[in-house]
Design a protein. Structure first.
Lengths: 277, 124
């Protein structure tokens, strides 16, 4: 037995390139930096935008998440006209939200809850892993007015909790954004997994075209609880995400470069042999 | 008309024996506000976990065909009471107030009464 030279380092997965769904911290280094410098402005990312004031998140929007107006109007909490008027009269000093509360049209508690719900919903999508870099524009211009700002750390922690929760329910992120299909479960659902009233309402709108965010908007519900309902329905075998139309050819970047290092080829042969056992 | 932060502060200050309180959205398990708690008692974790308690109870009631609404859920530990009060909001939000009480100091009937009053002041 001779003392061999130390083996070459095994290739490790680049954590920055492949975000861990349940991992912690570092959702967006850019956002962390903006929070540290107490920036004010708008951060545009692939799936949504975050509005910052003094480094805190005051508002978030995403095409995938129903906004504050959708939530307030859907359940008759507020009339559409009243909302439109408030938005027209709003300026940087008196946000639309504050005008509505002062006019007695919305209770402060209700506005705060709906606003936080919409903010965390849109934030979940805005902070989703993206293929394009985010852009930040300094300056304000957010006419809703700060209802209740949340810190970047709070938003990141909640976003990670949501990712982990959805992953635990059904580990297929495609269910968040793809059109949904009804499926027949292989066995009759046991009572513990039978859909409840909320889920039955979601199931009724699954038509092969609508996505989970579409269903949330149609029902006037927030996006995240709907995503959770869809994943629970998927786990029960009642719903499936429609796969993308054509299976694309594997991208050329994935093919591994030829390996000549004898240690690595030996390890590969050893692995293949073990797998063949 | 109270915002969530003042409502939670009031809960902690006015209810005898209260050591922590949270306002939780049970459709997502997110704590919209917390007060009190300690290093060893993370209210955010308690909020998310108790969401499952409520979901299970609502589902069971549905299976039993019970039409009544849940007012509150009481969990008694050897040294603590956990009181969960469901809020009926107009905005279509499923929310609950979660209150942790020290069993030696708390008066349950009084705590329930106070929590109901705080719910009314919250106007969600």
């Amino acid at each position: 037995m001779t003392h061999a030279v130390p083996p070459p380092r095994l290739p490790v997965r680049d954590r920055a390139a492949v975000p861990d769904p349940a991992g912690g911290g570092g959702v967006s280094p850019m956002l962390t930096r903006l929070a540290a410098e107490r920036a004010t402005g708008v951060l545009e990312r692939e799936h949504g935008t975050l509005h910052l004031a003094d480094g805190q998140v005051v508002h978030a929007e995403s095409p995938f998440a129903p906004g504050l107006a959708d939530l307030l109007l859907a359940h008759g909490t507020l009339a559409a006209d009243a909302w439109r008027q408030a938005v027209e009269r709003a300026d940087e000093e008196h946000g639309a939200g504050r005008l509505l509360v002062e006019a007695g049209l919305v209770a402060r508690g209700a506005l705060e809850i709906c606003h936080l719900g919409a903010l965390y919903d849109a934030g979940y999508f805005a902070l989703a892993p993206s293929s394009t870099p985010g852009r930040f524009h300094y300056g304000s211009g957010q006419l809703l007015g700060a209802v209740r700002p949340v810190t970047v750390a709070e938003l990141e922690r909640e976003t990670l909790r949501r990712r982990a929760l959805l992953h635990r329910l059904w580990p297929q992120p495609l269910a968040d954004t793809a059109p949904l299909l009804r499926t027949t479960p292989r066995q009759a659902p046991v009572p513990a997994t039978a859909p409840d009233a909320r889920q039955r309402a979601v199931l009724a709108l699954v038509d092969g075209v609508r996505t989970a965010p579409d269903i949330a908007r149609a029902l006037g519900r927030r996006a995240f609880p709907t995503l959770a309902d869809v994943r629970r329905l998927a786990a029960a075998g009642l719903v499936a995400a429609k796969p993308p139309p054509s299976a694309p050819d594997p991208p050329p970047g994935i093919t591994l470069p030829p390996v000549t290092d004898p240690d690595i080829t030996l390890l590969k042969r050893l692995r293949d042999a073990l797998e063949a056992l | 008309m109270a915002n969530t932060e003042t409502a939670l502060k009031e809960a902690l200050a006015s209810i005898e024996g209260a050591t922590g309180a949270a306002l939780v959205d049970y459709t997502s398990g997110m704590a919209l506000g917390t007060i009190g708690g300690s290093k060893t008692f993370d209210l955010n974790v308690a909020a998310a976990g108790n969401t499952d308690v409520i979901r299970a109870k609502i589902r069971t009631m549905e299976h039993l065909g019970l039409k009544a609404e849940i007012e509150d859920i009481l969990i008694t530990l050897t040294d603590q009471y956990h009181l969960i009060r469901l809020l009926t909001g107009r905005g279509g939000n499923g929310l609950f107030l979660y209150l942790v009480l020290d069993a030696k100091r708390a008066n349950l009937a009084m705590a329930r009464h106070q929590l109901k009053r705080i719910e009314e002041s919250l106007e969600v």
